[in-house]
Design a protein around this ligand. Structure first.
Ligand code: ZN
Length: 393
């Protein structure tokens, strides 16, 4: 693990980086932007500090290459490039340096990324896109780029599952196992999936503990990224349905399915988190923005996603020491058969899949794809109680 001890105030940088944002503290009294994060403004000592989004534009003043490190993580990855950058917004920062950044002086774009310990670090990228920029050896330590990696997508039957498989194949995945709960049955889109050269269909029913265990024994030691998109979704609240069968089926897939997968695939992934170039890097959960606040017309589904969200936080805590990132997807309503009755806007499965690929490339931990999810996130951050009331209206 890279060194991870940080103060609580420094976690503000990490909280933003988890969403793919680069934010620094700005003083509301004198306007100063500061780095590293502190309890008070370094210029006027005011404690009125606000986290503000940064463009990251800056100039590389000097660079160096480390050939020695006392830290085991970096010692195994030498040589390592570092640079001193003057940000356009004021502060000077030390950052990891992408291999395509030329010698100083040069214009760069600084971004905040999560390292393998799940802490924010600053990375200076070339000012403009360069060919194969994502393949940089140092940058890949901070991302979960699907290129060259072996991936399990747990459900290939749904429109979302098929869009995920296609997007991951297009992003250069080495191999994609695609789960198939009823292997004796063809589903719509089956032939198209089978034609993708990287794809292997495997029997996987996340409600069947024995089946999950058998598949983990077979391929668990090879999976670099696990994408759990299996979900059960019916549109009901409490009063418009008798009994608990539908709610139980939702929990069995959305919550217990995740638990079964985590118990069987988790240990192998954790043990491979530091296997150099062939390491396991990510676990992806398809949650829902309804996990943050209940959407009563889909009330029991929302509850199952809230349970899955809580379990995913536990999984994240257990995966972090191994350097395996848990990525949670919080889409708004997906344009699929279970949301037919909902008016637009809805997110297309393709857009959701592209958002996941981008998040893996950028090393983002919490992904809110599409306008609806973004708006809900902002409202939830602003006032969770107000959102609860708005959703029940
Ligand atoms: Zn100040």
């Amino acid at each position: 693990m890279p060194p991870a001890a940080r103060s609580r105030v420094a976690l503000g940088l990490t909280a933003a980086a988890a969403l793919g944002r680069f934010e620094l503290q700005q003083c509301r009294a004198c306007g100063m932007v500061q780095y590293p994060p502190r309890e008070a403004c370094q210029s006027c000592l005011s404690i009125k500090l606000t986290w503000k989004a940064q463009t990251g534009e800056g100039e590389l003043l000097a660079s160096t290459v480390l050939h020695h490190s006392n830290d085991l993580f970096f010692r195994e990855r030498l040589p390592w490039r570092l640079g001193l950058i003057r940000l356009a917004s004021g502060p000077a920062v030390v950052a990891h340096l992408h291999g395509d950044v030329p010698a100083a002086p040069a214009m760069v774009r600084v971004a905040a990324r999560l390292d393998r310990a799940g802490q924010a670090v600053l990375v200076a990228l070339p000012d403009k896109e360069t060919p194969h920029m994502a393949d940089d050896r140092q940058l890949r330590e901070f991302t979960c780029d699907p290129k060259f990696r072996k991936i399990l997508v747990t459900d290939g039957k749904t429109a979302t599952g098929q869009a995920l498989v296609k997007a991951l194949a297009a992003a250069g995945a080495d191999l994609i196992w695609v789960g198939h709960a009823e292997p004796w049955k063809k589903f719509s889109g089956f032939d198209e999936l089978e034609k993708i050269p990287q794809v292997t269909l495997v029997p996987l029913d996340v409600t069947d503990s024995k089946n999950v265990r058998e598949l983990a024994a077979e391929i668990g030691g090879k999976v670099d990224i696990l994408v759990n998109n299996a979900e059960y979704h019916r549109a009901f609240g409490i009063s418009n349905r008798q009994g608990v069968e539908t709610a139980r089926a939702e929990m069995d897939v959305n919550y217990f399915g995740l638990l079964r997968l985590a118990q069987e695939f988790g240990p192998a992934l954790r043990s491979r988190g530091a296997d150099g170039l062939a390491s396991a890097v990510a676990w992806v959960n398809l949650l829902s923005v309804y996990a943050l606040a209940n959407f009563p017309p889909h009330g029991t589904f929302s509850a199952s996603k809230a349970a899955a969200h809580s379990l995913a936080q536990c999984l994240r805590a257990e995966m972090r020491p191994a350097g395996v990132r848990v990525v949670n997807l919080f889409p708004g309503p997906i344009d699929d058969e279970w949301n037919q009755l909902l008016p637009p806007p809805k997110i297309a499965p393709q857009a959701l899949a592209n958002a996941l690929v981008k998040a893996l490339r950028d090393g983002i931990e919490d992904v809110y794809p599409g306008d609806v999810a973004q708006e809900w996130l902002e409202r939830w951050r602003d006032n969770p109680k107000a959102l609860e009331r708005e959703l029940s209206a």
